[in-house]
Design a protein around this ligand. Structure first.
Ligand SMILES: [Fe+2]
Length: 335
């Protein structure tokens, strides 16, 4: 009798043991799945963080070594956490609590990154809008410039979207947009009587006018965040044959400056000036075709000429007149 009850107890213990092992395996399996999902989310977080640093922080943090250090530390921390996830999943004894902490930790990091991205993006938009307003006011004091900078900005971003990927990857889009918008900011240092002169400028006036890229460099000097774009602005009147404002050889002109030069030329031709009427899109394309290889980079000119007319015409912005009224640049240029 005693032997039978001992055997029954042993059987019961075995069954419980099997259930407990099964439960442990299921628990472990679920924990590992949670940790693996958390690891995948962390990989996405790391990629998102790297893209976030590259695309959004360039203009805002450029030239600030302190902030760059914090960015790298943040990245290091994310990688460290990711390695921790893998370590626990493959070499540790994951339970529900550990898996839960790691999984929700990765979700928390995703939310924090989304919030950071949203904040920086809205800050970036706002700073671009402020710069656009300032540039519109600067342009408005010159009847020949009114709306030109915004037009060049829009044209440059349109051209940027049409560039081959290897060219596009070599230029930061945020920096490029600011450079296009600010390319003529140096005209602040040119007297209004020269800017608004009816007819052709004399030699002395031309000398002052040709100095506006260098004046732009001086104006932007106190802003370390614009460090990367100063050279692009300085060389936007250089020619591919080396006969530009500062006689810089074609191969030394930065790509971004060559892009701005093409858009600047198109905008100048299609806009009305005090000394000339606005020309049509077709006339502008004809002139760009003619000067490709001498004034303009022929490869970039070819990309520009391949852009559909509607896209280029749509780049004309609303302009602010000195009286404060808003007018359509399209109506002014007639394109
Ligand atoms: Fe210029």
């Amino acid at each position: 009798m005693r032997a039978i009850s001992a055997g029954y107890a042993q059987k019961k213990a075995d069954i419980c043991g099997i259930i407990s092992v099964k439960e442990r395996l299921v628990n472990n399996m679920l924990s590992v799945i949670f940790i693996v999902i958390g690891s995948i989310i962390m990989i996405c977080n790391i990629i998102a963080y790297i893209r976030f640093i590259r695309t959004t922080m360039d203009v805002m943090m450029s030239g600030r070594r302190g902030e760059l250090l914090w960015q790298r530390l943040g990245l290091l921390l994310l990688v460290f956490f990711f390695l921790g996830y893998l370590g626990v999943a493959f070499f540790g004894h994951p339970d529900y609590l550990t898996a839960g902490i790691l999984f929700w930790g990765s979700i928390f990091v995703s939310c924090a990154l989304l919030l950071m991205y949203h904040l920086v993006d809205s800050l970036k938009d706002r700073s671009l809008q402020i710069t656009q307003t300032l540039i519109s006011v600067i342009d408005a004091r010159d009847s020949n410039l009114n709306g030109h900078s915004r037009n060049v900005q829009n044209l440059c971003m349109c051209l940027y979207r049409h560039l081959p990927s290897e060219m596009r990857d070599s230029i930061n889009a945020v920096n490029f947009e600011y450079a296009a918008l600010l390319h003529d900011v140096g005209k602040l240092g040119v007297p209004e009587k020269i800017l608004n002169k009816e007819g052709k400028l004399d030699d002395e006036e031309w000398k002052i006018m040709r100095d506006h890229p260098r004046i732009a460099m001086d104006l932007l000097k106190p802003l370390p965040s614009f460090e990367d774009i100063k050279e692009w602005i300085l060389y936007h009147h250089e020619r591919i044959d080396g006969k530009g404002y500062y006689s810089v050889p074609g191969d030394r002109i930065p790509l971004a400056a060559r892009l701005i030069a093409v858009c600047d030329t198109y905008s100048a031709i299609t806009m009305k000036r005090s000394y000339k009427p606005a020309r049509t899109h077709e006339e502008a394309c004809g002139i760009i075709r003619e000067v490709a290889g001498s004034q303009l980079d022929p490869n970039i000119a070819a990309v520009f000429l391949s852009i559909p007319k509607e896209e280029l015409v749509a780049c004309a912005p609303e302009t602010v007149e000195l009286s404060g009224r808003i007018s359509q640049n399209k109506a002014q240029t007639g394109i």
